[in-house]
Design a protein. Structure first.
Ligand SMILES: *Cc1c(COP(=O)(O)O)cnc(C)c1O
Ligand SMILES: [Zn+2]
Length: 373
């Protein structure tokens, strides 16, 4: 396995402490993987049961026992849909999948400090695993970030850097810091996706070794969607599955650059107001891996779907009524499921996810939840 540049094809050893190519391009981890059902470490209950498929030194693993989140069937839009309970992670979102792998890798190559930028869940996850690994951590956030998330990040002992201006200003500030500190980025760093790919491994195992037909996920920077794509691609490369599920990315209408680009609109880096949606976790105006996300969705004959603010609120209320406390961003995915379900064949296996916990967004939910009348 090696680090490979998506732009110039340069190759690097996995243990080099880099997060992008010298040409500035994005890195992926490539190489022939070998994996079979016998390689699953059934002694472990969480995602590290797939460690033979994860290119990280097993002696360096930093873990809270994360993964193998329940896969429940729920009635949505008159059908039974499998919904993976990704809000039930240590730090309250599936970002822990990426953080456990990325921070384990960082530890294995002797990294003592990292920087990351986030407006929420990725920063929380990286800060939590750095606390466990005893790695110094600085999280850059937009000044306007909601206080609850700052409390969690600082509570874990990370240094907070509040940056005035937009999310893009924060991204620029962290890139300066990343000149001489390891950038534990959930969008740039390819090790993060080595963690989120376990979503696919788990779904396949939890469905009793069946391949889902359709996987519907919220998408901004694509850390979950690209992870799922990578995982299913690997399962297909080693011959464990014989077809790819259709991947469907859900975006908020108010900030939907991927849906627009995939739909044929020209601009490569759309700049759309990201502040105007409840789904703050996917309000990414300029996704770093945008092209890669669109290619992945097309390759699976999938699609993008957009949902309005009122559809998000309706989905949130419906989900709360079933006994699940999720954050509004997660409700966007469920709104997407409701919107598409009638165009999916009735016998299809549909998988979606609750990506983040509602306890992270209590004030927001308080304004949206309709009391029963
Ligand atoms: C990060 C996140 C997503 C998906 O985000 P990407 O930008 O596509 O990586 C979805 N829901 C929640 C709650 C998140 O934190
Ligand atoms: Zn390159």
């Amino acid at each position: 396995m090696m680090l490979s540049c998506r732009s110039c094809n340069a190759r690097y050893d996995l243990r080099q402490a880099i997060w992008k190519c010298h040409c500035g391009g994005l890195l992926d981890i490539t190489g022939d993987i070998e994996f079979s059902r016998d390689d699953i470490d059934s002694q472990r209950s969480g995602l590290w049961r797939y460690r033979k498929a994860i290119p990280v030194d097993p002696d360096a693993i930093v873990s809270f026992g994360e993964g193998m989140t329940p896969l429940l069937t729920l009635p949505i839009g008159g059908r039974e849909v499998f919904v993976k309970q990704e809000h039930l992670f240590q730090s309250g979102s599936y970002k822990d999948r990426g953080a456990t792998v990325l921070i384990s890798h960082a530890r294995s190559i002797g990294i003592r400090e990292v920087v990351e930028d986030s407006s929420g869940n990725a920063g929380c996850a990286i800060a939590a695993y750095c606390a466990k690994a005893d790695i110094a951590c600085e999280i850059y956030v937009p000044e306007s970030t909601s206080p609850a998330k700052l409390v969690q990040i600082e509570g874990y002992g990370a240094v907070l850097r509040k940056i005035p201006g937009t999310r893009e200003d924060t991204a620029r500030a962290v890139l300066d810091a990343a000149q001489d500190t390891y950038y534990a980025s959930h969008s740039w760093n390819p090790f993060f996706f080595q963690g989120t790919k376990t979503f696919a491994y788990e779904v396949f195992e939890q469905l009793g070794w069946r391949t889902p037909d359709v996987v519907i996920l919220p998408v901004g920077n694509g850390t979950l969607l690209l992870g799922a794509y990578l995982g299913f691609m690997e399962l297909s490369q080693v011959g464990m599955i014989d077809r790819m599920p259709r991947l469907i990315g859900v975006q908020a209408s108010a900030c939907s650059p991927l849906a627009r680009l995939a739909g044929g609109e020209e601009s490569a880096s759309p700049d759309i107001a990201s502040s105007s949606t409840l789904a703050e976790g996917i309000a990414i105006a300029q996704p770093v891996r945008g092209k890669q996300i669109i290619e992945a969705v097309r390759h699976t004959v999938g699609q993008f779907v957009t949902v309005t603010e009122s559809e998000i609120v309706d989905a949130l209320n419906q989900t709360l009524r079933m006994g699940f406390f999720i954050e509004p961003t997660s409700a966007a995915a469920i709104a997407g499921v409701r919107k598409l379900i009638h165009s999916i064949p009735p016998d299809a296996i549909i998988v979606s996810a609750f990506t983040g916990h509602g306890l992270k967004a209590v004030e927001k939910i308080a304004k949206l939840a309709h009391p029963t009348s």
